[in-house]
Design a protein around this ligand. Structure first.
Ligand code: SME
Length: 151
């Protein structure tokens, strides 16, 4: 059985190969979603919210219907955007102001996405139907993926 580490290593290699020469953010986002949702376990909802007009607007995603617009500071995504810090939530029902787009989501990780100048352009959100799915391994790899393909 493949470990989480091995699944990330494989995904990173696939992304490096398919995204060679691609800089368009929407194309990069759609491809990251596809490869991670295909390769990783428990990635029930995976997608990007882009910074548009001072709020987070839904961007490319795979999964059930996501909410459209999230204010900075609201829910897990809005907290990630406001603090520009990865949020790992073991039980979303305990997170103050959590926005429930799909009641089946029970844990979540949200990673800030910055451009090469360090400006926030989006957040990357993964939801799992299991509790306590995400840990430092996910943080390390997802932050590495965002830095590699958006900087
Ligand atoms: N759970 C998120 C909202 C976005 S979705 O889950 C797709 C939040 O509280 O930020």
């Amino acid at each position: 059985m493949e470990s989480k580490q091995q699944r990330y290593e494989q995904s990173y290699r696939e992304l490096e190969s398919v995204l060679e020469g691609i800089e368009d953010h929407v194309a990069v986002m759609a491809t990251i979603n596809c490869i991670l949702k295909t390769n990783m376990e428990d990635f029930f909802w995976v997608g990007f919210y882009r910074v548009v007009d001072g709020a987070l607007l839904v961007g490319p995603y795979q999964g059930t219907m996501g909410c459209l617009r999230i204010e900075f500071g609201r829910g897990v995504c809005g907290t990630c955007a406001a603090e520009m810090k990865t949020q790992i939530v073991a039980d979303v029902h305990q997170f103050p102001g959590h926005i429930a787009c799909d009641s089946r989501s029970n844990s979540e990780i949200v990673v800030p996405v910055t451009d090469k100048k360090g400006a926030l352009i989006a957040v990357f959100d993964v939801d799992s139907t299991r509790f306590n799915t995400f840990d430092e391994v996910d943080r390390e790899w997802l932050e590495r993926i965002m830095a590699r393909f958006f900087h």
